[in-house]
Design a protein around this ligand. Structure first.
Ligand code: MG
Length: 347
């Protein structure tokens, strides 16, 4: 992708236009609808008949990521994936992205290349084109803003508002692992800062670290929905945590919900690491966030279509709004589900 150079090239030595030209040379377009990419005043795309679906997400150093343990390549990958995940949550096919970056002089051309190689890897993996963006200087730190463009037929779009009472609540993959990975990284960072000679103890937990540092969007699932003849009645991606995100579905659909602790899909490493970190794996699943799995609802009549799918777990059902948001623990005690998920404006 980029030539591997060991030296440090200051961004100031090539300037903004030099940087854009440099990035442009490593970008290839694969979507037939990407008519004009980087290099003019704006990109031009042909999205054909249907609906255009748009989303944008910003990642700010010190708020959303910590470069002491986040490799730049992973960060670039994640910045793209979190946006594609939002398009998947609409049941839309991602096609193009735009990317804007603010960079302080701490970052060299080689660092930007690392970041870009992660972004372009995600583009390649998900079949999307980088068609434009912006770069500028930042007084401090790194900010990345990605905008993603997707496409869907009107009848395929899935909103948060379509769930009905008695619909099954389903989740893909496993949940809570990304938060466990984050806690593990924070623990090792603390140990390292107190005693820089100590090697981090991260062996055996690759899966949890990967869930935090290099998440994936479930484009595979929305493609499978078509082959399963399944269309969710409502859907959201799990970015803030199951509790917060299921309440988003309920509020938009005017329903309540009932979730069962025993049904939550937890990876064995999430369960294993919990006690070591003093963290209940269920709490990680409910409030941790950043799993980027899909949470969706289906009419009961569709149960046969998904009951034997390993990728999907049924974790509860929708109730009437007056019943509120209920969580049944393993001892059958009833709790009120609260949205304690990460909130950009509360912390
Ligand atoms: Mg989302």
């Amino acid at each position: 992708m980029f030539e591997n150079k060991q030296n440090r090239t200051e961004l100031s030595s090539i300037g903004e236009f030099g940087l854009i030209e440099h990035i442009k040379q490593s970008v290839k377009l694969s979507q037939p609808g990407s008519l004009k990419g980087i290099g003019d005043d704006a990109a031009v795309i042909d999205n054909g008949p249907g609906r255009t679906v748009l989303t944008t997400d910003m990642l700010v150093e010190g708020v959303h990521f910590d470069l002491t343990y986040t490799p730049l390549k992973h960060l670039g990958y994640k910045a793209v994936v979190v946006n594609l995940s939002d398009l998947c949550a609409m049941n839309a096919q991602p096609r193009q992205i735009l990317c804007a970056m603010a960079l302080s002089n701490r970052f060299s051309l080689e660092a930007v290349e690392e970041l870009m190689s992660g972004m372009l890897l995600a583009c390649e993996r998900y079949g999307v084109d980088l068609v434009g963006g912006d770069t500028c200087a930042s007084g401090q730190g790194l900010t990345i803003s990605v905008t993603a463009i997707g496409h869907a037929q009107e009848q395929d779009l899935v909103y948060r508002s379509g769930a009905q009472v008695n619909d099954l609540i389903c989740v893909t993959g496993d949940i809570g692992a990304a938060y466990m990975g984050l806690q593990l990284l924070n623990r090792e960072k603390k140990i390292f800062l107190e005693n820089p000679g100590v090697q981090p103890e991260l062996q055996g937990y690759d899966y949890l670290l990967e869930r935090q540092l290099k998440p994936e969007a479930r484009l595979d699932i929305i493609q499978r929905f078509k082959t399963w003849y399944v269309k969710p009645s409502s859907m959201i991606d799990l970015s803030d945590g199951l509790a917060s995100d299921v309440i988003h579905l309920c509020k938009n659909s005017n329903t309540g919900c009932q979730l069962y602790e025993e049904k939550l899909p937890l990876d064995h490493l999430t369960v294993q690491l919990g006690p070591e970190l003093g963290l209940d794996p269920t709490v990680a699943a409910l409030n941790g966030g950043e799993d980027y799995e899909l949470l969706f609802t289906l009419p009961l009549s569709e149960y046969e279509k998904i009951k034997d799918r390993a990728e999907v777990s049924v974790i509860g059902h929708m109730t009437d709004a007056a019943s509120g948001y209920r969580f049944i623990d393993r001892q059958q005690n009833v709790h009120e589900l609260k949205a304690l998920g990460w909130d950009a404006f509360k912390s």
